[in-house]
Design a protein around this ligand. Structure first.
Ligand SMILES: [Zn+2]
Length: 186
């Protein structure tokens, strides 16, 4: 099975670090890449074929950078996993996984990943909220990919308890996502 990992945003080329926590000096692009690399290593141990690509060119809008959805579609990937951190009002917390509306296989993959993530994070923080699996039609990486695709919002980078999880429990997060992908059968 070909698995495409897309850590969100990119500090390179046309810089867009994504959401930031200035007081903790955290950037979404760095957390997503670090956790993405950990997931990649776990998947490779299970003999999956894995490509990891971080770029601000999601579907051709920034030609100087590699095109994420083109790379996934032309490989072709069997599943697509985008990794992000949320940001809102410094109070909101929790994980959510986004899918393209009415994608049955996407929903199946998302449910596997979301339930594993919540179980893993709540084992270290019982107050961590499960924000669930949500349909989103407007996100390029879900809309323009041809395979089951999920976008994981791991937690809120601007909330201090979530930021601590994103920083200190990256292996836990990566293992949970790896297990969720392992449960998925094409
Ligand atoms: Zn993002």
């Amino acid at each position: 099975m070909n698995i495409f990992l897309n850590p969100g945003h990119s500090p390179n080329g046309n810089p867009d670090p994504g959401a930031c926590n200035l007081s903790l000096n955290l950037r979404e692009c760095d957390i997503a890449l670090s956790i993405g690399n950990k997931i990649r290593n776990l998947l490779l141990q299970n003999n999956y074929d894995v490509r990891l690509l971080q770029s601000n060119n999601l579907c051709g809008e920034s030609p100087s950078q590699p095109n994420i959805t083109y790379a996934a579609n032309s490989w072709p990937a069997d599943i697509f996993v985008s990794i992000h951190c949320n940001s809102f009002n410094s109070k909101a917390r929790g994980s959510e996984t986004l899918i393209y509306p009415d994608s049955t296989k996407g929903l199946y993959l998302a449910n596997n990943i979301q339930s594993n993530l919540i179980t893993a994070i709540q084992s270290v923080d019982t107050t961590f909220p499960n924000r669930g699996v949500k349909p989103r039609s407007d996100l390029a990486v879900l809309r323009y990919t041809n395979m089951p695709a999920v976008l994981i919002e791991l937690g809120f980078i601007d909330q201090k308890n979530d930021a601590a999880i994103l920083t200190n429990f990256q292996d836990t997060l990566a293992q949970a996502i790896n297990s969720g992908i392992n449960k998925y059968k094409v």
